[in-house]
Design a protein. Structure first.
Length: 206
């Protein structure tokens, strides 16, 4: 096990990112940012006017990491690296976020059916003395989905906390005909790129 000095802060609520960090032996303490409540969101995930998918996903990851770093300062917490990430799905230049309803989820899956789309995950790592970021892009091709398959998948409730209305690590794995890029990046944290950033920052890894 790593010492407390080699732990990082993870500014993400994603259970998949936690699993992926543990997979490569990274110990972390969670710093969860608000996504709702009386004071609103700590970082807006709304797409700003004119933002491309690449600019959007990089901005959100950057803002989450730097907001979390400010939290560490204000709370006089132990100085450590902060890692944040954001993932988005895009097709035809359109950003597909997390669906808010069954109708929206069905519409996204119908759009992805039989086509290739892109999954972008941006990872930001920062501290008082270090700052680096990388955006990884993967291509995913879905087979043709029947209306019955879409309805059955939506009934599992799996689509509703995931960009693009699906998770590659879940039941939607059976929809995926081909991927080009990073499997872990599609899940939400490209492990190779993340490890390189952490090593650059001085975190001991293999």
């Amino acid at each position: 096990m790593q010492s407390a000095e080699n732990m990082i802060y993870l500014a993400s609520k994603s259970p998949r990112r936690r699993e992926l960090l543990r997979q490569i032996g990274v110990e972390f303490e969670l710093l969860q940012l608000r996504s709702d409540g009386r004071r609103g969101m700590d970082v807006t995930e709304e797409v700003l006017r004119g933002e491309t998918p690449e600019v959007y996903v990089a901005r959100v990851a950057h803002e989450k990491a730097h907001f979390a770093l400010r939290m560490v300062r204000l709370r006089n917490m132990a100085p450590r690296l902060v890692l944040s990430a954001d993932t988005t799905v895009t097709i035809d230049g359109r950003i597909l976020g997390k669906p808010g309803s069954v109708t929206e989820a069905r519409g996204m899956l119908e759009l992805l059916s039989g086509r290739t789309h892109q999954v972008l995950t941006s990872v930001a790592v920062c501290s008082e003395t270090f700052q680096a970021q990388i955006t990884q892009v993967s291509e995913v091709r879905f087979g043709v989905l029947t209306p019955e398959a879409i309805a059955a998948y939506c009934a599992t409730k799996e689509p509703f906390d995931k960009a693009g209305a699906y998770g590659i690590q879940g039941m939607a794995g059976q929809f995926i005909e081909h991927i080009s890029g990073s499997h872990s990046g599609i899940m939400g944290l490209p492990l190779y790129d993340t490890a390189q950033l952490l090593k650059q920052a001085g975190l001991p890894l293999l």
